[in-house]
Ligand binder design. Structure first.
Ligand code: THU
Length: 128
């Protein structure tokens, strides 16, 4: 399965426009690509009870799984930062449930794009 990094990042950036982030004002978007080529997006959804906030990456994963896509090959994450920002630990664990070999593509307001293998971002992930 080919991964079009630019297209996936564009989808992540577009998803960030839907962010519900009235508290942090930090709008994040994510796009996951399934093994069958489908792309699912998500944004961060904050809550007045801050701890209930859902990150963009988990929103995208939950959208994919809800549509029956559980084999994920890549995730693109867009943050409104000058440099790419990497996903939080909780999201790394959630991503790892759906493939340790996932590509993690990070984009931002600036031109820099960084790519990682999920296994390098989260070695020794918890597994049952
Ligand atoms: N956030 C994400 O959506 N993804 C991350 O990987 C890190 C942080 C969100 C959560 C919160 O709504 C805002 O960014 C500030 O932390």
């Amino acid at each position: 399965m080919d991964i079009d990094t630019t297209q996936l990042l564009r989808a992540a950036e577009a998803a960030s426009q839907q962010a519900y982030a009235p508290y942090s004002k930090f709008a994040v978007g994510a796009a996951v690509q399934a093994a069958d080529g489908r792309v699912f997006t998500g944004c961060n959804v904050e809550n007045a009870s801050y701890g209930l906030t859902n990150c963009a990456e988990r929103s995208a994963v939950f959208a994919a799984v809800s549509a029956g896509a559980t084999q994920l090959v890549a995730v693109a994450i867009y943050t409104p930062t000058p440099q790419p920002a990497s996903p939080c630990g909780a999201c790394r664990q959630v991503l790892s449930e759906f493939s340790q070999r996932m590509k993690v593509i990070l984009g931002c307001k600036g031109d820099q794009v960084t790519e990682y293998d999920l296994a390098d971002l989260l070695p020794h992930a918890f597994e049952f």
